[in-house]
Design a protein around this ligand. Structure first.
Ligand code: HEC
Length: 169
């Protein structure tokens, strides 16, 4: 009994370590669902195509990239609005640091958050057809933070199907 207990503990610890080290935006990606929306981290999103980079000034001081799945990139290229169901957009963010090897070069430091928007016009009818998820260290952030997502996107980019990022030229 005691032995079993210890084995379970070791397994649990290994899982926690795997989750922690898995978060460099690499590796396998499954997660708990986000509050309100039930969005999880999609498998393989690191292999998605670039939509555009972005930079956020102080105090956040971050470098970001927005990636999209195949449905998203086709919609961008065809100029389809609203985005069709099945569109998923990912935003990855890192602290913005100076390269130790080259003074004027900016490079990503520690990963901060990864966020997703998933288009399902029926399931998420109340929020413009979009479900939202923000994750830190592979874990969804709390409900209060998820209550802010649609409000900001709705206030500022309702005319672009609630999506800020345009395809970079
Ligand atoms: C105060 C405004 C604001 C709030 C709140 C906000 N966002 Fe955004 N979001 C932005 C801006 C601005 C961008 C454009 C990219 C950038 O500058 O980082 C963006 C981009 C995104 C993108 C890439 C697609 C796009 O619209 O460009 C995703 C995915 C995203 N946000 C998810 C979320 C999630 C999930 C939440 C809630 C946890 C959230 N956002 C809350 C302002 C906001």
């Amino acid at each position: 009994m005691k032995r079993l207990h210890l084995a379970a503990l070791v397994a649990a610890t290994a899982a926690v370590v795997a989750t922690a080290t898995g978060f460099a935006f690499g590796g396998s990606t499954t997660s708990e669902p986000s509050p309100i929306y039930g969005v999880t981290i999609p498998d393989g999103y690191r292999q998605w195509e670039l939509v555009a980079p972005a930079q956020e000034a102080d105090p956040l001081n971050e470098l970001r990239v927005v990636l999209g799945n195949k449905v998203a990139l086709k919609a961008y290229r065809d100029g389809t609005l609203p985005f069709p169901d099945g569109t998923v957009l990912a935003k990855l963010a890192w602290k913005h640091v100076q390269s130790p090897e080259f003074k004027t070069a900016s490079i990503p430091g520690a990963a901060t958050t990864v966020q997703f928007m998933v288009k399902d016009s029926k399931k998420y009818a109340a929020t413009g057809g979009w479900g939202f998820g923000r994750f830190i260290n592979g874990k969804p952030v709390d409900q209060a933070q998820h209550e802010t997502c649609f409000a900001c996107h709705q206030a500022l980019v309702k005319n672009h199907d609630y999506v800020f990022t345009r395809l970079a030229p």
